[in-house]
Design a binder for this molecule. Structure first.
Ligand SMILES: Cc1cc2nc3c(=O)[nH]c(=O)nc-3n(C[C@H](O)[C@H](O)[C@H](O)COP(=O)(O)OP(=O)(O)OC[C@H]3O[C@@H](n4cnc5c(N)ncnc54)[C@H](O)[C@@H]3O)c2cc1C
Ligand SMILES: NC(=O)C1=CN([C@@H]2O[C@H](COP(=O)(O)OP(=O)(O)OC[C@H]3O[C@@H](n4cnc5c(N)ncnc54)[C@H](OP(=O)(O)O)[C@@H]3O)[C@@H](O)[C@H]2O)C=CC1
Length: 476
């Protein structure tokens, strides 16, 4: 039977970061990366923008290309079907049974769809699902986008040549990431063209980049690794109309029913492939629906066969060492749920950055566990930090930027310059708890420091955001 010191399941950012971390920490141990997908995602060219925010390039490589770069890492393209926790083995659809000393589960997630199995409801996750979306949208006149998080926010900005009905449960757009004020700031951009056509900023936005290395001809597995930043830049996502930007937002509503064409016409009397009935009573005909309604962790194989304890959201519960409820089994990335007591300014969000941090941290814990050493809790779980781009603007989110966990007991300092920047600082007892920085504010490092060191800023009052005062001078 094949045997490895370390086995990692999943070739997304979490799994690859874990494998690379182990190769670095334990150069004398053999590592196996077992992945259902023929492509793996590797992080390269990391540039730190601040202590916790960083810019990196993500390369999609063929499994063998990745293995060639690391002499102690073997890659097998296969799907794990069960885990035997007593025997320390994993079995695969390819009939393999592989022994491990320590294993890390990094199987990511899959889209949580509003109507699983309905051919007119698409989810976006990996290259294959975007290819399907690309082929369907080129003949589409109108689509309905459901959900109010990352994917929906990017889609309504990037897709062109098609009418979009954006159905959201909330009172404001992009609610998973931003507050009503920031949503209002973005609102003006709804009908503007995507990044490819215009840019809101003259300077380059520092953010993650996504490149594909010689993999365009590779068909990904049904459970490929998740796409990431700038995924839309590598696909042509244009509808049938040569030139159209029409986005209608339907607020505080959900999809009640999806009816096939034969049943009825929409409110406008037109005939469509399907009619979408919303809970607000409106009916929209469309070509298809994009269900951008979150992620379900790919954990079932391991909870059934390995008896791992799952959290309420379906993720594998892990403690701060990324250990699961079963000895010698670790988990990282979208598949896991951070079930330790979080630092005051950190929380889990299923993001690329966290997948990488968790993968690397799991590597540290696995190496220490094999060597019988102790690990210290990592700094990266002290402060939530995320840099992305919405509606053409650089967006930096720090700490509890929406007052999460503060029970409404906080004050907000705001500075808004329409079309240029939106700055929101979340303050409690004179100390900064979080920040939303939209545009080229150049305030991320200062805010990060002030959240981490919890300096009492009461004496500065609103001067904290006075553009005529260089606040950083105060702290020199
Ligand atoms: C469209 C889109 C845009 C996004 N944009 C951003 C962004 O701008 N910024 C950001 O921070 N995050 C973004 N994310 C989220 C980010 O991509 C994910 O949080 C991150 O990639 C998760 O990485 P992972 O390694 O945990 O999982 P995944 O990338 O899902 O990788 C899971 C891996 O496990 C393999 N696998 C699954 N089951 C098995 C099995 N049984 N046996 C073997 N292998 C298996 C899969 O093939 C895959 O290789 C985006 C996600 C999507 C879908
Ligand atoms: N730029 C970035 O940082 C990006 C990050 N991502 C990440 O990729 C993953 C997938 O993205 P996405 O699918 O947008 O997930 P998100 O978790 O970002 O958002 C899901 C949205 O769907 C809503 N929702 C859930 N169920 C329903 C339902 N039945 N009907 C209507 N709305 C519903 C949620 O509302 P509620 O919360 O109220 O349930 C939420 O607004 C996420 O982890 C996301 O963070 C994706 C794209 C870009």
């Amino acid at each position: 039977m094949e045997s490895y010191a370390f086995v990692i399941v999943g070739g997304g950012i979490a799994g690859v970061s874990c494998a690379e971390g182990l190769a670095f920490l334990c150069p004398d141990k053999q590592i196996l990366l077992l992945t259902a997908s023929p492509l793996v995602k590797a992080v390269t060219d990391i540039v730190h923008l601040s202590k916790t925010l960083f810019d990196f390039d993500v390369k999609e490589l063929r499994a063998q290309q990745f293995a060639d770069l690391h002499p102690t890492i073997s890659v097998i393209e296969d799907t794990v079907t069960s885990i035997n926790t007593e025997g320390h083995t994993v079995s695969t659809t390819g009939g393999k049974c592989i022994k491990y000393d320590k294993i890390c589960i990094c199987t990511g997630g899959r889209p949580k769809l509003i109507a699983e199995g309905n051919p007119f409801v698409l989810g976006l996750r990996d290259t294959e699902s975007v290819k399907e979306f690309q082929s369907r949208i080129q003949d589409a006149r109108r689509i309905v986008v459901v959900g109010n998080g990352g994917i929906a926010t990017e889609l309504v900005h990037e897709v062109e040549g098609v009418e979009i009905i954006w159905a959201i449960k909330d009172k404001h757009i992009s609610a998973t990431f931003v507050d009503p004020g920031a949503a209002e700031f973005f609102q003006a951009q709804l009908l503007k063209r995507g990044d490819k056509m215009t840019s809101q900023t003259s300077s380059p936005v520092k953010r993650l980049k996504y490149t594909v290395d010689g993999s365009s001809d590779v068909k990904d597995a049904p459970t490929g690794a998740a796409l990431g930043p700038d995924w839309h830049a590598t696909f042509n996502i244009h509808g049938i109309h040569a030139d159209m930007r029409k986005v209608t937002v339907e607020y505080e509503t959900e999809v009640k029913e999806i009816r096939p064409r034969a049943d009825s016409r929409d409110s406008g009397g037109e005939s469509w492939a399907i009619n979408v009935h919303l809970t607000n009573g409106k009916i929209y005909g469309c070509d298809f629906i994009v269900s951008a309604t979150g992620v379900v962790p790919n954990s079932s194989v391991f909870s059934e066969s390995g008896k791992l304890i799952l959290a309420d959201d379906g993720g594998i519960k892990v403690n701060w060492k990324m250990e699961t409820s079963v000895p010698d089994i670790f988990a990282a990335g979208d598949v896991c749920t951070a079930s330790w007591e979080h630092a005051a300014h950190w929380f889990q969000m299923r993001l690329w950055t966290q997948a990488r941090q968790m993968g690397m941290y799991a590597a540290k814990s696995m190496a220490a566990s094999l060597a019988g050493e102790e690990v210290l809790q990592d700094f990266c779980f002290e402060l939530f930090s995320h840099v992305t781009r919405f509606f053409g603007f650089k967006v930096v989110l720090l700490g509890i930027y929406n007052g999460q966990t503060l029970d409404g007991q906080y004050e907000v300092l705001l500075r808004v310059t329409k079309g240029t920047e939106y700055i929101k600082l979340v303050m409690k007892d004179g100390k900064m708890q979080g920040a939303v920085l939209i545009g080229e504010t150049d305030l991320e490092e200062m805010c990060e420091n002030l959240i981490l060191n919890q300096l009492d800023l009461s004496i500065y009052g609103e001067d904290l955001l006075n553009p005529d005062i260089d606040i950083e001078d105060y702290f020199d």
